[in-house]
Design a protein around this ligand. Sequence first.
Ligand code: ADP
Length: 755
Amino acid sequence: MKKLSDRQLSNLTVAFRKRLDKGESLDDILPEAFAAVCEADRRVLGQFPFDVQVLGAIALHQGKLAEMNTGEGKTLTATMPLYLNALSGKSTILLTANEYLALRDAQEMGRVYRFMGLTIAAGVCTESGRSFTSAEKKAIYASDIVYTTHGALGFDYLFNNLVTTASDRFLRDFYYVIIDEADSVLLDSAQTPLVIAGAPRVQSNLYELADFFVTTLIRDRDYEKEENKVWLTEEGVKYAERFFQIQNFYEERFFEINRHVVLALRAHVLFEPEKQYVVSKNDEICLLDEGSGRMMPGVKLRGGQHQALETKEKLKISQENRSVAAITYQNFFQLFPKMSGMSGTIADAAEELRKVYRTEVVVIPPNCPVRRRDLRDMFYRDAHSQYNAAVAAAAMTHRKGQPVLIVVNGIRETEFVSKRLLAKGIPHNVLNANNAAWEAEIIKEAGRANAVTVATGMAGRGTDIRLGKGVKELGGLAVIGIGRMGDVRLERQARGRAGRQGDPGFSCFFVSLEDEVVVNNTPQKWNQRGGDRKRISRRRLKKIVNTAQKTGEEFAVLARKQAMEYDQILSYQRNLIYEIRNKLLDGEGMDQQKFLEIARTNIKKFIATQTSIDGSVLGRYILDHISYRLDEEIREVSQKDPEAVEEYLVWRVRRALAEKKIRIGSRENLYYFMRIAALNAVDEGWVEQVDYLQQMQSAVMGRTSAQRNPVFEFHKDALEAYQRMEADILNNIMRNVLLGSVYKDNEGRIHIQLP
Ligand code: ADP
């Protein structure tokens, strides 16, 4: 490859594609294609991939999850599998952790793809607040390679399935995807649903009442809390029944009361200010990403939880919108025939990933042996001595000029540390994941001599810390961690900030019994201040902390599994509906015979549900479903047996349809109209269903107390709801087609108005 001219090198793209057309597989051309990109990388970027990067690239091409340490060069690694897979002509996408990285990498790596004659685009807007038009999106996703974020792509997927004409669809069929920081996306964000909100719902007035009710409850008597669940005890349920003056809290007709109480209870017990959310300057609830403390403006809790929080904080209650489309990342990624990912820390979760996503983890060796020393944890009984010791260690390291990165669990903790550093007169930067671009700039500098940086776990992720001049000699970057992290992966990520590409450095964690993971996952007796705690031996201390972290991790795995179980049913139903939609959009799935079948099913159902049919019942049905014109013979027909009534109604349907056809001119036009009418009916039914399931889920999750299996109940309810929706859709198709008005104007355009 080295001997080829630039022109010859880029011409290989055409040659490779020809070979694929002739039947060779991507695997067949992998060695040559990779070699070509490596050479392009060298010519365009001045970087020639290391052997280990090629290994990583092969794993990515094979649809595996590659564990590659920070600083190993994942961005460059991705150029190989992206190029190779894009040769197939199918959709090839790289997902970064945030918009800043998508834009940055698309710009930098984009030069290589363009050099090789491929098209590339970034799927996120440079101007914040603006969003792409459909036409722009179409152009972006038509590119050979797309760099974007998982959020942007997920929403685009949902929007793509809300369009009303085939030409408005802008996504190509999914094929290959590489997920950067895959553990964070596939595990930590897995449960976050992407929800598209639609028309507002009638505002409920139960929020305030439920909120007040909850403030009168007493923990452990009226409700119990465990990990991130809270529920009413039997005592609490009885009290609720007295309070709201209802007989049975769980009865269907009191569903709304039940739902609002659950929401208010969660708002008060599970949501802490500064931890899960902050109240922004303009008096809005702004959620925080728990891993990083990052603010997530615009993200709203679903199913009324956001409104319950607003009520708790005595803010103005925002409009509760219907959910028109929703998907969780877990299900979203199942849509890709070929999914791969990379991360510095993913091997710890290999088993879960294999089970949930059926994907293997491959650990890629580092380019240079790791020289970083990971020191043993320091254990403390309380937070006070823990912070003092950690800051003292940081100060000592700083005195030698060695750069120090202090990693903590949350925003509040960054402030504790910052105060102590100020007291010692040590200048430092604080990063709490508010602004990715700005943080990337700061974190780049964190490796300079004398630098002290305090950061939450995720701050500046994706940007590596290079050592400044002379820092190697001082011992490299020092990572000082305060507090056990909720997950071993986060801890390894923090450590991995030091010692990139064989640099020296060390990491050390300071943990205590007051760390959040420990408090949340340890029996009460160790949690009490004072007496007891003093008598705990060092060994014991260590054991308590380690066990707590394990327990926490297991809880998280369980929670993710449960979320998946909830979501499975929605996912199943969504796939069915999207399939039907796509068929209709593509001009299939609806003709005269199909329509008459639907009509007959509806009519049969109608007749079966009537105890007796008289002239007025029959007349009503015809007016609602078939025609605005009533005939004389209705009264007479209604006297006859059910079969005769059925035949009469079907005959009316045929007649109505025949009239439509005459008005509209041709069979093609009729079918087009029927498809639009059906699409509308499907969408209406599905939107209701999504919204209902979202609400159901938040209500059901609070039912743990009543000794039932909530997942099972949810599935059962969801199935019944689906059947109801199906019946509604079929009825509405008939209604839309027969009662909708349609005409052709002088220029032959069809105008449709649905009832
Ligand atoms: P990661 O995402 O794995 O932490 P990056 O992709 O940010 O790492 O790369 C880290 C740094 O190493 C970047 O500055 C990149 O330009 C550089 N780099 C990566 N691969 C090579 C290579 N083969 N030769 C030279 N520099 C490289």
